[in-house]
Design a protein around this ligand. Structure first.
Ligand SMILES: [Ca+2]
Ligand SMILES: [Ca+2]
Ligand SMILES: [Ca+2]
Length: 162
């Protein structure tokens, strides 16, 4: 489903109609921002940034490092895709930049997270409200094209998912 939405978003510029941006209620944006912070603001300082991303990755690394030697071998890394969808695409050999057949903490941390990267449009390592607003607009536009909800009716749920 996420892939379908992404595909629709990617196809949008090719078939966009000349119309203004859809109206976005402040409460919808607030809710989206709250949801994003709930997921990404690990240190609870009110901002979702790369420091949070580092903390999040450290937690995943700790969970995967079964023998606690501060490295991930191929067996330990095998479960990484369950914890972070990024690793469904990024394989062991790519993460292991030094080629020693072990993944160190810095090697693991330097792989960008695909979900965070998608939201952080300007690449400044912080998810801002404006970026989230753009994302919500795109998602609503995609939903409308996919026939989710009706123009004259309130959609079943205004809660965007990440
Ligand atoms: Ca934070
Ligand atoms: Ca290990
Ligand atoms: Ca940003």
């Amino acid at each position: 489903m996420r892939l379908l939405i992404l595909a629709i978003i990617l196809l949008l510029p090719a078939c966009s109609r000349p119309q203004g941006p859809p109206p976005l209620k402040p409460e919808v944006l607030d809710q989206a921002y709250t949801t994003a912070l709930k997921k990404w603001d690990i240190d609870k300082d009110g901002t979702a940034d790369c420091h949070d991303l580092g903390l999040w990755r450290t937690g995943i690394f700790n969970g995967l490092d079964i023998n606690r030697d501060d490295f991930l071998d191929q067996d330990e890394f095998a479960s990484a895709a369950w914890a972070d969808v990024t690793f469904q695409i990024v394989q062991f050999d790519v993460v292991d930049r030094s080629g020693d057949n072990l993944i160190s903490r810095p090697e693991f941390a330097r792989v960008n997270n695909s979900d965070f990267g998608r939201l952080d449009d300007n690449g400044n390592c912080t998810i801002e409200r404006a970026e989230l607003e753009n994302w919500v607009r795109e998602k609503m536009r995609a939903d409308r094209r996919a026939g989710v909800g009706r123009k004259d009716k309130k959609p079943k749920s205004d809660r965007p998912r990440f």
